[in-house]
Each structure stands twice: as structure tokens, then as C-alpha cells.
Write a protein that binds this ligand. Structure first.
Ligand SMILES: [Zn+2]
Length: 87
């Protein structure tokens, strides 16, 4: 008989039923994975904005390559979900 309220995950945008009236921090994310992804991106944004990159010998190219890879991976997964036939 725990009450819930509809919330939307700031990481993935999915709606979920969060318990209300329970002790502790309110649930913000729909899953531990979404919480971890948000923590990782916040950390990377903080670190990258603090860093003073040397434009010639920098890590920028490698960071961009890896972010580009992640972007393509997400696109591929998103595309697979859209094209997966209904079961
Ligand atoms: Zn989520």
C-alpha cells in the first residue's frame, strides 16, 4: 500500500512510479544505470570544463573520438529498437 507518483527520469526521459512518503532521498532516476550515466556525464563535464587543453598535444581528439563512438552506439541501439518487430 505504498503510494507512488509519476516522475520522469532526467537521464533517459522515461516515466516511472516513484515511491512517496518513504524515508531517505526521493527517487530521481528510473534505474541505477540512469543514475550512473548522469553521474558519469556530470563528472566528465566538470573535468573537461576545468581542464586547460593544449591545442596541439591534447587529449581532445581522443575524447571526441570516444564520445563520437558512444553517440553512434546509442544511435545503433535506438535504431535497433525502432526496427525490431513487435513481439
Ligand atoms: Zn532513466
Amino acid at each position: 500500500m505504498n503510494a507512488t507518483e509519476k516522475r520522469f527520469c532526467p537521464s533517459c526521459g522515461n516515466g516511472f512510479d516513484a515511491p512517496v512518503g518513504v524515508r531517505g532521498r526521493p527517487q530521481v532516476f528510473c534505474s541505477p544505470l540512469c543514475k550512473k550515466i548522469e553521474q558519469l556525464f556530470s563528472w566528465m563535464e566538470d573535468e573537461i570544463s576545468k581542464e586547460d587543453f593544449d591545442p596541439v598535444h591534447s587529449k581532445i581528439k581522443e575524447i571526441r573520438r570516444r564520445l563520437f563512438y558512444l553517440s553512434n552506439l546509442l544511435n545503433a541501439k535506438s535504431h535497433n529498437q525502432k526496427t525490431r518487430p513487435n513481439e
